[in-house]
Design a protein around this ligand. Structure first.
Ligand SMILES: C[S@@+](CC[C@H](N)C(=O)[O-])C[C@H]1O[C@@H](n2cnc3c(N)ncnc32)[C@H](O)[C@@H]1O
Length: 406
């Protein structure tokens, strides 16, 4: 353990030998103890392992692999010394290319199980160009003594865990961590964001009294995607993997295939990430976004275009009341997915094409089912690896209004 720290003691109720059959959404492999489902963290389907059970729930148990008896050929040595304790990464023990295969399988599984799609059209996962060092956004916890770290995984008791280097963070963020480690006398958390293509940092709160050489306390920073510069305020959302965000934009444009005449509604539009690339390619873009800071960033980011309007509101309050029939609606909600009224709004507008960008395959599956039951046909779902080494999955689904639907 780095720095001679004491590890939080992991909980163990009993140990059981298991054969692992499948991978569950949220990153644990699935085995059975006397028929009862066990979610075993740090396992890989096909392996024989010994599992320490950490928690028994009504109809399943949670545990972690403590011994691998027959290893998967996809197993690799996790490079991070905190792996297995830290709550951040779940999959460093899995070869990167196989993580992509598993993510495609998990999206299929969620669409089958939750969405009730018999044979969901899920394409191969688009990889991240960098499987490590990709994150442009960190939120470090502080321990009250100036140390920076993360919170340990649930089985290790959600304890503060000092971290000296995080392998999934961009090196520029690790440099801020190195310089403020043991000196971060700030309240609550330290946020570090980095513009990978601009070299600009945003560090909150203001740490100038601790280290005046670190730029901090800025209201906003800039990042550039596919050559377009974005202002991003401290409280505005921005995609966490810059290179994959660029692929996401390209994929959304490919799926829309604009001809120049379309009216597009960009719902959950953020700082204008999609709108900035749609505006020069379509007739009109209507963005809907609830966050005041994101809307004010979008006003700056979309200033060059006179065919974009932004509505500051909750999507579920305004979508069905728009006085246009758009050709395309993009939905890019947070992990909870779309509110039922937002989906009702889509079904009232009946755009011929729908693009659903999701960061949670479970809520994606739930919402796609409602859209398909409402008259849409699911054409394809493409997972993108926005979050390598973790179970998190970004996906883009394309739907079209089924023929004969008015
Ligand atoms: C996953 S982000 C996507 C942002 C943008 N499309 C992008 O790619 O950068 C979701 C956005 O939806 C906004 N949001 C969350 N719930 C909302 C709601 N009910 N109505 C409108 N916007 C919402 C958040 O503020 C955030 O900017």
């Amino acid at each position: 353990m780095p720095m001679g720290e004491t590890l939080p003691t992991p909980r163990t109720l009993r140990t059981v030998p298991l054969h692992l059959e499948d991978m569950a959404y949220q990153g644990a492999a699935i085995g059975r103890e006397d028929g009862r489902i066990v979610f075993a963290e740090y396992g890989i389907p096909g392996e024989d392992v010994l599992v320490a059970i950490e928690k028994d729930r009504k109809d399943h148990s949670l545990g972690r692999v403590i011994e691998v008896r027959t290893a998967s050929p996809e197993r690799v040595d996790p490079p991070c010394p905190y792996f297995g304790i830290c709550g951040g990464c779940q999959w460093q023990h899995i070869r990167y290319e196989y993580q992509l295969v598993l993510k495609q399988a998990v999206v299929r599984q969620q669409l089958r199980r939750i969405g009730k799609f018999d044979d969901p059209p899920v394409l191969p996962t688009v990889p991240s160009p960098q499987p490590y060092g990709y994150r442009n956004h960190a939120r470090f916890s502080v321990d009250g003594k100036g140390n920076l770290g993360y919170i340990s995984r649930p089985g290790h008791g959600y304890r503060f865990l000092r971290i000296d280097r995080c392998l999934i963070m961009h090196p520029a963020i690790n440099e801020v961590l190195r310089r403020l480690q043991e000196r971060a006398h700030v309240k609550h958390q330290l946020m570090v964001r980095y513009g990978v293509n601009t070299g600009e940092l945003l560090v909150h709160p203001d740490v100038s009294a601790i280290d005046p050489t670190i730029p901090s306390g800025q209201p906003a920073y800039h990042e550039s995607l596919l050559g377009h510069r974005f202002r991003i305020s401290a409280s505005s959302f921005f995609q966490t993997n810059t290179a994959v965000a660029e692929r996401l934009i390209q994929l959304v444009l490919e799926r829309i295939a604009p001809t120049g005449n379309e009216v597009v509604v960009d719902a959950y539009a953020g700082v204008g990430t999609f709108a900035a690339f749609l505006a020069p390619r379509v007739a009109r873009v209507i963005g809907i976004e609830e966050s005041p800071s994101a809307v004010s960033d979008a006003q700056v980011n979309l200033d060059p275009f006179d065919n974009v309007e932004y509505v500051q509101a909750k999507v579920e309050h305004v979508l069905g009341k728009l006085a246009v029939r758009p050709d395309v609606v993009i939905l890019d909600p947070p992990r909870v997915g779309c509110a039922p009224e937002a989906l009702t709004g889509v079904l009232m507008l009946r755009p011929p094409r729908l693009i659903y960008v999701s960061c949670d395959p479970a809520t994606l599956a739930r919402d796609l089912r409602k859209l398909v039951d409402g008259g849409y046909r699911l054409l394809d779902v493409t997972p993108l690896d926005m979050f390598p080494q973790t179970y998190h999955i970004e996906s883009v689904a394309t739907l079209e209004l089924a023929e004969g639907t008015p």
